[in-house]
Ligand binder design. Sequence first.
Ligand SMILES: Cc1cc2nc3c(=O)[nH]c(=O)nc-3n(C[C@H](O)[C@H](O)[C@H](O)COP(=O)(O)OP(=O)(O)OC[C@H]3O[C@@H](n4cnc5c(N)ncnc54)[C@H](O)[C@@H]3O)c2cc1C
Length: 485
Amino acid sequence: MADRRADLNIDRKSRAYQPMQPVAKQDASQRLEHFNEIYLNYEAEIACIEAGRCIQCPDPAPCQQACPLGNDIPTVMRLVENGRFIEAANVYRQTSPMPEICSRVCPQERLCEGSCTHGGGTSGEPVRIGKIEKFVIDYQIATEGIPLGTVALDTGKRVAIVGGGPSGLAAAESLRRKGHAVTVYDANPFPGGLLIYGIPAFKLSKDRVAAKVKQLETIGVRFVPNTRIGRDIPLSQLTAEYDAVYVAVGANKEVPANWEGANLKGVYQAGEFLIRANVPRPLQPPHLAESGRPVVGRRVFVIGGGDTAMDCVRTALRLQKAQGYKLDVTCAYRRTEAEMPGCRVERANAREEGARFEWLTAPKRFIGDKDGNLIGIEFIRMRLGEPDSSGRRRPVPIEGSEYMEPADTVALALGYWPDATLGEQNPELQTHDWGLIVADPQTGKTTMTNVWAGGDAVTGPDLVVTAIRAGLHAAESIHLYLSQS
Ligand SMILES: Cc1cc2nc3c(=O)[nH]c(=O)nc-3n(C[C@H](O)[C@H](O)[C@H](O)COP(=O)(O)OP(=O)(O)OC[C@H]3O[C@@H](n4cnc5c(N)ncnc54)[C@H](O)[C@@H]3O)c2cc1C
């Protein structure tokens, strides 16, 4: 690998004045015709120019520090600037098991790009690190495929992974490469977790996830689909049969809606809405596959303000083609845009695609007709009060501010809780806050013998990249344990 310290004869000042090279994306009208990814890749020469804006901050570079995986971004930029794309891709692969996925879904504005010195510098625009990562990784895949990598000689040790989301997949790969026999159990028909059953294909192509799963199968990871641990097989059976178990079951139970009328026809939970609209039918759980794509009426409201809400808004907008009429899609959020937790870039994409936003508003009840179909929503206006435990100002209802809106479809994106089942069935597995698993923040070790845990199941809903990091850390700890036992 190139040592960027060996060649730092660069003119930082002139680099600081270079304008950012934008990445092309499809027109909004074009995007609404399909569910595919919207960003085009950099042309090679443009990628070189954009990477050449990197001023090669001295170690530790802020972008690298801000990356949960510690990707060596300055070295990548140096290589890309010099047209050495495959080498650059391999630098990513040293620290990240899924750069083709992270480059698409990481909120770079909050991570690497958010800390780029350029952002606060003369150009005011960070280097587009995420789009350069996507370019080099896609270049590598188009040129030589995902490299298979090496696998150590069999150790004779067996590890079970419960949950095949990004955290489970990262742990599975790392442990398999160290020579352990790895089996991934997942409740869904296909591995990937929220990469398949949450994040829509217009942000992350399902093919990318399928290719990753294929790579893992090729190096010997065994997948057992449609198997819910705690229902089909007890966790205690896995701890008895395997040398170690990594629990990465995510936090996928939707926060229940307690409003009157939440059971009306036309009111969807975000999870079901996204799966039925975005996931190819053969990969859907049978109980959803038989229902087909959601039917949406002309007036759609999405309740919530996070990434899931934005994904529902943009999914609804794409459903209008199938419906054959124009939809009016509004995101209703009880705080203001400043408190919205979701990714700013995705919000901008939603606006371009035609989404409307109603701030400081929350539903009071959903109203149905005599046949149980949603026909309207009673909203109430909110104001911001004192900060709550999260530090965000609490929304407070304004008495007497109620108003009615006609509505045909609602998607409720109210957030997710963990499933407490494994903790309830195994008292030695300590949990807290509605079922989040207690685990050592560095190693992922739980209070149960032979059991590690990580990802959203431990932290609550977070990010793909942090779930991957947890999987890698747990794999290191499990490997150490297996090497000593
Ligand atoms: C709609 C949506 C959009 C998002 N968008 C983004 C984004 O753009 N960028 C980003 O970084 N993050 C995003 N996130 C968050 C991100 O997807 C999660 O933080 C991440 O997937 C967590 O990974 P995980 O492996 O811990 O859990 P998950 O991805 O939830 O995977 C858990 C897996 O465990 C399986 N499972 C659960 N219980 C059992 C059991 N008892 N037995 C066997 N298997 C079980 C599930 O079927 C699932 O496959 C989004 C989340 C949602 C819901």
